[in-house]
Design a protein around this ligand. Structure first.
Ligand code: HEC
Ligand code: HEC
Length: 396
């Protein structure tokens, strides 16, 4: 009897201590093999799977036929075309890659370092910090609804998500990688070889993972980041109680001919996707940022930036390309402080005709902020992976 009990105790101890010890030693190994689950075979919320294994965007805006023309504050209008049609597996593989610092040269920086889902896919900094804490010249934009954008970066220098991401991947200040090292590293990781084979089943399994597969998967994931179910959206679709009296007043200031916000931040995306010179101040101590003048080689675009979407704006302080404004209240105040008041001496910028002197009262500015806060929606926020295929830690 006694002997049996001792044996039982030993068995129980081994059963408990064994896995703990294993986990401990596994934790010590830098390139530990972490098995990852199979890729998801269902689409993220907001997308519906068709017969070709493609995720197609579905939302209440699909019911409206007309896109909004600038200057129309109409609520029931269609969205521009989104990049959709990716497979659930491509999207899910992109999710792992997006969070994985293995994409950077020193394996410390991932896309999510600067585009953190808990910060509206921004980083909460005035201007971003890259490898070794190097300070970049501009703030990190939110990635919500990026699949709808025709031009990317504050100055619009990229036209596709695939083209855009080559910069952070390979620029010395950001992830600092080289093409050769990136492909070598990814192809060395057994988990990734398995997952890429699953996401791209049509290709020969022995073929090495290629750059266009990496960029396609990350683009698929980014296109799935949807924010279209805010209090504002519920109101727009006809549920009038979704906004309170102050918020409706704010909406009305926003789309009024005095404030003119909706001319540029046109609903439902809250950007007309154009470039505008508004003359916002630069980061402390930095000279004028020429903005879209450089990529478009057009002097009239000196100091112009892409009109940013205002969705989830309450989560992505500080504001503007410069991160110069800490709060939404300061940001809306800028528009009423006088046309061109922050333009450096000696610069003669062609400020947009909708930037004028609306003389908004403190009351109206407060209501604008109330309204901007109704544009937050995190109901489709993706899950951060529990473990990464590379075995590295998630650094956000
Ligand atoms: C070191 C911080 C940092 C890292 C790492 C980083 N980004 Fe960014 N990202 C930025 C900044 C800053 C900008 C704006 C730069 C500009 O406009 O000149 C930006 C812009 C973007 C944009 C354009 C958004 C828009 O509205 O125009 C996309 C998309 C994007 N990043 C995706 C990614 C992806 C994908 C990765 C990983 C491969 C990545 N970023 C890594 C800081 C970062
Ligand atoms: C002429 C077009 C135009 C008009 C009109 C306009 N904006 Fe903007 N808005 C922009 C541009 C361009 C930026 C980015 C400028 C920059 O980064 O320097 C911007 C930036 C912002 C931002 C910060 C976004 C971010 O991601 O950091 C907020 C908030 C904002 N605008 C709100 C408003 C409000 C409220 C109004 C009306 C009072 C308004 N805008 C009117 C073009 C416009």
């Amino acid at each position: 009897m006694k002997k049996g009990k001792i044996i039982l105790k030993i068995i129980i101890s081994v059963a408990i201590i064994g896995p703990l010890a294993l986990a401990f030693f596994a934790g010590q190994r830098p390139t530990a093999y972490h098995p990852v689950p199979l890729l998801k075979s269902t689409c993220p919320p907001g997308f519906k799977l068709n017969d070709n294994n493609e995720c197609i965007a579905r939302n209440l805006y699909s019911q409206y036929a007309m896109t909004n023309k600038a200057g129309v504050g109409g609520l029931k209008s269609a969205l521009p075309k989104i990049r959709d049609g990716f497979s659930p597996q491509e999207i899910d593989l992109g999710r792992y890659l997006f969070f994985d610092p293995v994409l950077s040269l020193d394996k410390t920086v991932s896309c999510a370092t600067c585009h953190d889902p808990n910060k509206g896919f921004g980083d909460g900094l005035t201007t971003s910090r890259g490898k070794n804490g190097q300070r970049l010249k501009r703030a990190a934009p939110s990635l919500y609804n990026a699949g709808y954008l025709k031009k990317l970066f504050w100055d619009g220098r990229a036209s596709t998500l695939e083209e855009q991401m080559l910069e952070p991947l390979f620029s010395k200040e950001e992830m600092g990688n080289t093409l050769e090292n990136l492909l070598h590293t990814i192809n060395e990781i057994e988990n990734y070889r398995k997952l890429f084979a699953e996401a791209f089943p049509e290709r020969n399994r022995d073929q090495p993972i290629a750059l266009n597969e990496i960029t396609k998967a990350i683009s698929a994931f980014q296109s799935s980041l949807i924010s279209l179910n805010s209090k504002y959206d519920q109101y727009a679709h006809g549920y009038e109680e979704a906004l309170n009296k102050n918020e409706i007043e704010g909406l009305n200031v926003f789309r009024s001919f005095v404030a003119r916000c909706a001319e540029c931040h046109t609903p439902p995306l809250f950007t007309n996707q154009q470039f505008a010179v508004i003359g916002s101040p630069e980061p402390e101590g930095l000279p004028l940022d020429p903005g879209a003048e450089i990529p478009f080689k057009d002097k009239s675009l000196r100091g112009a930036f892409k009109v940013p979407s205002l969705r989830n704006i309450a989560q992505t302080a500080p504001y503007m390309h410069s991160g110069r404004f800490e709060t939404l209240r300061e940001t809306v105040q800028f528009y009423t402080d006088g046309r061109g008041h922050a333009v450096p001496d000696g610069e003669n910028l062609l400020i947009h005709w909708h930037i004028w002197e609306p003389n908004l009262t403190d009351y109206e500015l407060d209501r604008l902020v109330d309204f901007l806060k109704t544009l937050t929606d995190e109901s489709f926020k993706p899950q951060v992976p529990r473990a990464l295929p590379s075995g590295l830690d998630i650094s956000i």
